[in-house]
Design a protein around this ligand. Structure first.
Ligand SMILES: Cc1cc2nc3c(=O)[nH]c(=O)nc-3n(C[C@H](O)[C@H](O)[C@H](O)COP(=O)(O)OP(=O)(O)OC[C@H]3O[C@@H](n4cnc5c(N)ncnc54)[C@H](O)[C@@H]3O)c2cc1C
Length: 404
């Protein structure tokens, strides 16, 4: 008989197992995948952006932001750093507050977590999927693919349906619903965006440091970083970062136009002056060739065609400087319409989840069922890219582990 059964050997499940086992509990983790921490192994491109030094509330999203503030009270970056020290994992700090394991290997995070579980006698049952949970008086019976197990304390650490190829499923939400919890709708986030632009094929493969902006509720959202044009649409770090806001708009609209500054390091005035200097009076040099001196060739026609300048020469531009200003605007405010995303398969995270108004933020225990705890992505909380999603998962794991 186990004191605690945890469904899911991912980030939050492993931490709650360790913390409760250290307090003397007999713990079983049931994991449907053939190995532990499959999603964790893929984090940060295999380096695991494990947390962030500045997990401020504006980096997280939920229908109930107060819950996040309460969860994080007294649990900050140092708390996480200290926890990982106790399992022998040193962390290093990088730019933008991002934090990685010193080894720069996600596998070291998983191996040290698993080793700690083993040392504490936590039993991990892989290739075992929990199919249903039945409440019997004050106990919960879990029916799984290898049999069944009864427990008084149950942690639902099942994650969400992002990255199904790494085992992402929304079974935790099904369990929560059956237990009477309400669910906040989900959509994929930190995800690549699709487009029906006729320029896709000719721009595909171009990667540029850009600033992407979007008008949302009379506010301009801006994200800077790599943008990669692809045959399906657009990707890159700036796109992943802005995708949550885009997806919010796409819940109601079919399309949304992004404005992309393809040269964010230069002001409009600087670029105009630079281009003006290189114009040659009366030259018959085609504009589309001349522009290769400034920008990737594959972007030139998509910039010039909407301005109807694709067949002009630089000689003609010299006599009509307004046209040069339009070209500069085409570079500094390139319009690109998106119509969807690559879905959960392309997403790092799913928004929405179990309604946090029904969860105690200090213990992660359900307010509806004593002895049932929810941790990590299964809850209606998601964060920006940069270590914030794992930060939330670790804090939940610590809180639940201590409460158990
Ligand atoms: C490609 C990729 C890269 C990412 N990179 C980062 C990053 O660098 N930094 C960051 O902060 N976040 C990153 N994330 C997000 C982060 O991985 C998740 O937010 C985090 O893992 C969520 O932790 P969790 O404990 O809620 O669930 P998970 O870690 O997803 O674990 C849930 C576990 O439950 C198991 N499970 C589900 N249902 C059942 C069932 N019925 N029976 C048995 N087992 C079950 C699953 O198989 C899984 O192993 C990334 C995500 C992806 C997909």
């Amino acid at each position: 008989m186990f004191d605690v059964v945890i469904i899911g050997a991912g980030a939050s499940g492993l931490v709650s197992a360790i913390v409760s086992a250290r307090r003397g509990k007999k713990v079983l983790i049931v994991e449907k995948n053939n190995k532990v921490g499959k999603k964790l192994l893929a984090t940060g491109n295999g380096k695991c952006n494990i947390t962030n030094q500045r997990p401020t509330l504006d980096r997280f999203y939920s229908d109930n932001p107060k819950f996040i503030a309460q969860v994080f009270e007294d649990y900050n970056y140092q708390t996480i750093k200290q926890f990982f020290k106790t399992i022998g994992l040193e962390l290093i700090e990088a730019k933008e507050g991002k934090v990685f394991p010193m080894s720069l290997q996600a596998s070291s995070v998983v191996e040290l977590l698993v080793c700690e579980c083993e040392q504490l006698g936590v039993k991990i049952l892989c290739e075992t999927e929990v199919e249903s949970i039945i409440k019997k008086s004050n106990k919960y019976e879990l029916i799984h693919t290898q049999g069944k197990v009864k427990t008084e304390k149950l942690v639902i650490a099942t994650g969400h349906c992002s990255a199904p190829q790494l085992g992402g499923v929304d079974m935790g939400l099904t369990f929560a619903k059956k237990l009477g919890h309400s669910i906040i709708d989900s959509f994929p986030t930190l995800v690549q965006l699709t487009s029906a632009s006729k320029n896709l094929k000719r721009m595909a493969g171009v990667k540029v440091e850009s600033k992407v902006s979007l008008e949302l509720n009379n506010k301009t959202i801006e994200k800077q970083g790599d943008v990669l044009f692809t045959t399906y649409g657009i990707s890159g770090l700036a796109i992943l970062d802005i995708s949550r806001f885009v997806m919010e708009v796409l819940l109601e609209k079919k399309n949304i136009m992004l404005t992309i500054d393809l040269m964010p390091k230069m002001s409009r005035g600087q670029l105009l002056a630079l281009m003006k200097k290189s114009l040659i009076k009366k030259s018959s040099k085609p504009l589309k060739v001349w522009m290769q001196g400034f920008i990737n060739k594959k972007l030139i026609l998509p910039i010039l065609e909407p301005l109807k300048l694709q067949n002009k020469t630089i000689g003609s531009i010299t006599s009509n400087i307004k046209e040069l200003e339009k070209i500069v605007d085409g570079i500094k405010a390139f319009k690109f319409t998106v119509n969807g995303s690559k879905g959960y398969k392309g997403a790092e995270v799913a928004t929405g989840g179990v309604n946090t108004k029904e969860i105690n933020p200090k213990t992660m225990e359900s307010k509806l069922h004593k002895g049932v705890y929810f941790t990590g992505e299964v809850l209606d909380v998601d964060g920006d890219r940069g270590g914030f999603n794992l930060h939330f998962a670790w804090v939940c794991g610590l809180r639940a582990g201590e409460a158990l």
